[in-house]
Design a protein. Structure first.
Length: 320
């Protein structure tokens, strides 16, 4: 497990698991710090019923780092259908919930689940506190709940967690301190990445770290969250919430998106994120451009391209 640099990735949602899937091929020292602000779907229900942190994003990260049989991955991602109380729950979420009940501790539950899945790396929640996310919009209104924020389709000014002060998981702080590379994203800017920075000490530890700090910018805007956002606006939001020094470099896509694909996404209110290079550099952040997408059917970040470019940045910057 000593092969490759210490890489700590910070975020949530499906974007983080996409990066981890590629990262496990590049280093055996990958650690995920995962947001626990999710309050929708199966995770939200389990959170309320069992008073635990939402397991969904943690599950996706475990599966992404797993070195296991495809059947085990299928099992963990299997979602019950029908009209029973189990409908909508994924098996993996129920497994992590049961393991938390058995061990009495989410960190221990993730450790034991990692053994079952033969995970190459580590997965930690940012905090074990039951936090709620809210957003103050530019018009002054406040929207409560992570799942509700994108639905109001207003420009976000700032997001907050409640309680305002919560303890970080010590293992997450340790992972930041040991990191040679810290990567944010990819994923929802305000609901997956930034909530981690609002947990006490996490942003401070990242800023103090000598690691290379990379933000993977979204390729497309996200309706209700980053409408009309440029690359520099994504970076600016990170700095406003985490403070100066939170990010050193931004990795953006430079592969051209076909007119057909742009038209398809435009119908859903999504557009390519404009890379305003000078505005990014004016924020004191370096810019790296690369082909980091898979556009064969839809536009997604490509696991291997992402991981390889992060490693390329690490080696290039380390030499300089």
């Amino acid at each position: 497990m000593d092969k490759g640099p210490n890489v700590t990735v910070v975020g949530g949602g499906t974007g983080l698991s996409v990066l981890l899937r590629g990262m496990k091929e590049e280093t055996r020292n990958a650690t995920a710090i995962v947001t626990v602000a999710d309050d929708g779907g199966s995770s939200g229900r389990l959170r309320e019923e069992f008073n635990i942190v939402p397991p969904g994003d943690l599950r996706n990260c475990l599966v992404a780092l797993a070195d296991t049989e495809p059947m085990m991955e299928k099992l963990f991602q299997y979602r019950f259908s029908g009209n029973s109380d189990l409908a909508g729950h994924s098996f993996g979420n129920l497994f992590i919930t049961a393991m938390t009940e058995v061990t009495g501790d989410i960190e221990q539950a993730l450790k034991e689940s990692s053994r079952v899945l033969a995970v190459k790396g580590r997965v930690f929640p940012a905090t074990t506190a039951k936090i709620r996310l809210s957003a103050t919009m530019e018009d002054g209104t406040v929207v409560e709940g992570e799942s509700q924020i994108p639905l109001v389709h207003k420009r976000i000014k700032r997001v907050h967690i409640f309680p305002h002060h919560v303890e970080p998981v010590p293992s997450s702080i340790k992972a930041i301190r040991e990191a040679e590379v810290i990567v944010f994203g990819p994923g929802s800017l305000y609901t997956s990445i930034i909530p981690n920075l609002l947990v006490d000490n996490i942003a401070d530890e990242i800023k103090k770290s000598k690691a290379i700090k990379i933000y993977i910018c979204n390729v497309m805007t996200q309706p209700g969250e980053t409408d009309d956002y440029t690359a520099s606006m994504h970076v600016k939001a990170l700095i406003e919430h985490g403070g100066a020094g939170i990010v050193d470099y931004v990795l953006v896509n430079n592969k051209e998106i076909s007119a057909e694909m742009q038209e398809y996404y435009a119908q859903k209110g999504q557009y390519p994120v404009l890379v305003d290079e000078k505005a990014v550099e004016d924020l004191g952040v370096g810019l790296f451009k690369a082909d980091i997408i898979d556009d064969s059917e839809m536009i997604h970040h490509d696991s291997m391209k992402l991981a390889q470019n992060v490693m390329k940045m690490y080696h290039t910057l380390k030499e300089n």
